[in-house]
Design a protein around this ligand. Structure first.
Ligand SMILES: NC(=O)c1ccc[n+]([C@@H]2O[C@H](COP(=O)([O-])OP(=O)(O)OC[C@H]3O[C@@H](n4cnc5c(N)ncnc54)[C@H](O)[C@@H]3O)[C@@H](O)[C@H]2O)c1
Length: 268
């Protein structure tokens, strides 16, 4: 690993207490970035921050961040500036899911998922972008990285609301790229497929509860067998390479793009 690839980058990662957000934060810091981990789970954040600082790469700080709160999003951006001098990159990774069959979808299910996944992403994009604009243009781009999904381009019958929220994330990648290009801010993202994290452990239980699968563990194996070309599901470490590419100078001439990291599930 090149431990200097991200030196000089100060990066805010939302939803970083566990799962892919934590893996990305560890990987960025190992490549020299200073990272700020934001999450509603502050205990989890504290653990990952301590681990990163003990490892001795870039520095880590943690903040309580509910991505749906304008005040907390602003405070998280301010914390990066206070600790590291400026913000260069944000990764909008926080996300939730709660499957329901189409006929059972409720207003509450819609509001909760759209609030975190769609509004939360826009909210944090905006607060970070406004700070980047205030810092002034550099000869390299500031970067906004949004976490989409295979369901930014497809939709499943038991997660229609989540699919809508991740289509919204794709729209914000495209619209954000157009809105922010004159400030030398790029907006890109990646779309994981089936990743073994706490989110999927919970999803697996919920899918059994609504009767989609008979027993726990079946959902991941079934998708791997029937829908993933590579015939295996993934782990957080499968996405870190693309996440660090998008934060690095290697992606400077890219904007408005969503890259799938799904072992071959969605080929468009
Ligand atoms: N796991 C998968 O298979 C998969 C597939 C495609 C996309 N994704 C997306 O990847 C991202 C990360 O997922 P993961 O699987 O690592 O999930 P995870 O549940 O392991 O981690 C998500 C983190 O987000 C935090 N979070 C939830 N609501 C929040 C809020 N309002 N404000 C701040 N933090 C909040 C949680 O506390 C948690 O630490 C999500 O956007 C998810 O939708 C996951």
């Amino acid at each position: 690993m090149d431990t200097t690839r991200l030196v000089g980058k100060n990066i805010l990662i939302t939803g970083a207490a566990q799962g892919m957000g934590a893996a990305i934060a560890r990987d960025y810091a190992a490549q020299g970035a200073n990272v700020c981990l934001g999450d509603v789970n502050t205990e989890g954040v504290d653990e990952v921050v301590a681990e990163i600082n003990a490892a001795g790469g870039g520095k880590a700080i943690g903040v309580r961040l509910d991505v749906t709160s304008e005040e907390e999003a602003q405070a998280a951006v301010d914390a990066v500036v206070e600790a590291f001098g400026e913000i260069n990159v944000i990764v909008n990774n926080a996300g939730i899911n709660k499957p329901l069959f189409f006929e059972d979808i409720t207003r509450d299910n819609w509001n909760k998922i759209m609030d975190v996944n769609a509004w939360g992403t826009l909210n944090c994009m905006q607060k970070a972008a406004n700070q980047m604009i205030a810092q002034g243009k550099r000869d390299y781009p500031y970067k906004i990285i949004n976490v989409g999904s295979i369901l930014s381009r497809d939709a499943f019958d038991d997660v229609v609301v989540y699919s809508a929220s991740k289509h919204a994330v794709l729209a914000m990648i495209k619209g954000g790229a157009k809105a922010l290009v004159d400030h030398n801010i790029t907006v890109n993202g990646y779309g994981p497929g089936v990743v073994r994290t706490e989110l999927w452990e919970q999803l697996d239980k919920d899918l059994v509860a609504i009767g989609k699968f008979d027993k726990e563990g079946e959902s991941m194996d079934s998708l791997a067998e029937n829908m993933i070309l590579m015939k295996r599901y993934s782990y957080p470490e499968d996405v870190t390479g693309t996440a660090s590419f998008l934060a690095s100078p290697d992606s400077d001439y890219m904007t408005g793009q969503l890259i799938m990291i799904d072992g071959g599930m969605v080929l468009h």
